[in-house]
Design a protein around this ligand. Sequence first.
Ligand SMILES: Nc1ncnc2c1ncn2[C@@H]1O[C@H](COP(=O)(O)OP(=O)(O)O)[C@@H](O)[C@H]1O
Ligand code: SF4
Ligand SMILES: [Mg+2]
Length: 335
Amino acid sequence: MSTQIDVQNLTLQFRTDEGLVTAVDNVSFSLDKGEVMGLVGESGSGKSVTAKSLMHLNASNAVYSPESKITLYTDTGPVDVLSLRRPSELKIVRGGAVSMIFQEPMASFAPAMTIGKQMVEQLQLHSDMSKTQARNLSIEMLDRVGISDAGKRIDQYAFELSGGMRQRAMIAMALSTKPKLLIADEPTTALDVTIQAQVIDLMKDLVDEFRMGIIFITHDLGVVAQTADRVNVMYLGQLIEEGPVRDVIRQPKHPYTQGLIAALPKLEDLDAPLTPVPGDIPSPLERPSGCVFHTRCSQIVGDMCSAKAPTERELDEDHKVACHLYSDLQTEAVQ
Ligand SMILES: Nc1ncnc2c1ncn2[C@@H]1O[C@H](COP(=O)(O)OP(=O)(O)O)[C@@H](O)[C@H]1O
Ligand code: SF4
Ligand SMILES: [Mg+2]
């Protein structure tokens, strides 16, 4: 398989009144064409900010380190995403080769414009289609995502649709330009479980059909288990574990990932109390020294955890973890 997007040493800080806040800390990963990657972590861990970086879409107070590099591979060659400046250059990563769907579809649709008008405008911005062609394709896409009576619905406003239907319309809009990479930022969190399952099934069908890469962001490892090929776990802006979804879920290595999995409700014992990861994620203004998870970790291996940041190590094929528990293992393996 070949690479769709490659992220190297992404470090992103925000200028705030309290000083510089680190939101993403030296994150590297890549996604192959047609691959689905789950990006998980508690609220505030830097998932959305990482995703927006792929579209060069962060707020104006964002500062990227000079080492940060994001390369998108398109039909016409590699694109250095963070060097894009003008709107005409940026549109390739904003609705062209990369599309994003958000948790709250109302945020994607302008309230005073019909769904159809927005879909047609979006298509015309990214292709040389006529209005009629764009409208016909939009109706076809609405139909494909399971919106009945698409020919009528297209002339409705977002507020006239139910939550599940709005979500489907947003997916239809995001996919109509046939992006190479779809970023789905908590697309099912606001939906009830039945509609969640439908949206997940729909996305799986679309991956098969369009062969596009998906980065699926969620705080729910259960959803990742159903959708993704690989999973990346983030904590306080760092990637702390990554690997094939089955390996990470069956054999989590990092104490934080182990905690997230222990917190999942067990099907065989739904009445058992949930065991969430104890403590709260620290404020990004007070980043812990050493391993950023040491203030909440129950498996600390001596002073080294608060003194030295662990580096990422590959344990099994493609399964990487950043934790001192595995530092010795790696040294022995290397010797
Ligand atoms: N424009 C901004 N200015 C300052 N801090 C920000 C800004 N945007 C995001 N952050 C901070 O970056 C961190 C990561 O946020 P985010 O990526 O939204 O987390 P997640 O999506 O994992 O919940 C948070 O601490 C958040 O407060
Ligand atoms: S490095 Fe230490 S504190 Fe961090 S997760 Fe591993 S054992 Fe816990
Ligand atoms: Mg988020």
